[in-house]
Design a protein around this ligand. Structure first.
Ligand code: HEM
Length: 164
């Protein structure tokens, strides 16, 4: 069966193919008037705005505490001196989350002992928990959590003493 250019569907297809070839072989050479930042302007390489950045900072128990997510803002927590931005895990660490106790706090002891009891938390005006009484397997457990958090969340700072 031959190709019948007279058939309307074939004619339309043929014209479309011609048009497509013409677009590829002879692209429009007029440069854009302003720097495009949207795909519909023909480019997609220039983002509209800079993506949000996270600054690696030093936190103390007192400066970490406001990041408890109560006001709907960022949620940070520390384990073994490393501060993680766990905002993405708001379901876990937000005010109604199962692990909300850890939000804005040094969670090291709770992570080591696998407990979210409030006694696991050091008051924010006290020196940092040195964790010296912890057993080897508890320390290992805590380090396991550090690994989990490092691969899942953003490392955004380190925790130091209030007067450091
Ligand atoms: C009643 C016992 C518990 C149940 C039923 C439970 C349940 C869960 C579930 C379902 C997850 C989510 C796992 C996932 O989606 O990846 C999870 C994660 C987690 N659990 Fe528990 N848990 C319990 C006890 C504890 C305790 C005592 C701790 C204390 C440290 C704890 C700390 C965590 C942490 C830190 C995560 C990871 C959350 C994250 O990835 O941000 N859990 N748990």
């Amino acid at each position: 069966m031959g190709f019948d250019l007279g058939a309307p569907a074939n004619t339309a297809l043929f014209l479309y193919i011609l048009y497509s070839f013409q677009k590829i072989l002879l692209p429009s050479s007029s440069p854009p008037k302003s720097v495009p930042n949207e795909f519909k302007a023909g480019y997609s390489w220039m983002p509209k705005a800079h993506p949000p950045t996270v600054l690696f900072k030093t936190y103390t128990p007192k400066t970490l505490e406001p990041f408890n997510g109560v006001d709907g803002g960022r949620i940070l927590l520390a384990i073994d001196g490393t501060v993680f931005d766990v905002t993405a895990g708001r379901n876990f660490y937000g005010p109604n989350g199962m692990y909300g106790n850890f939000a804005g706090r040094d969670a090291s002891r709770g992570m080591a002992k696998q407990s979210f009891d409030v006694e696991m938390l050091t008051p924010i005006d006290q020196p940092l928990d040195k964790l010296q009484d912890l057993a080897k397997d508890e320390i290992e457990n805590m380090r396991g959590w550090v690994e989990h958090f490092t691969s899942k969340y953003i490392v955004c700072g380190k925790l130091v003493e209030n007067d450091a």
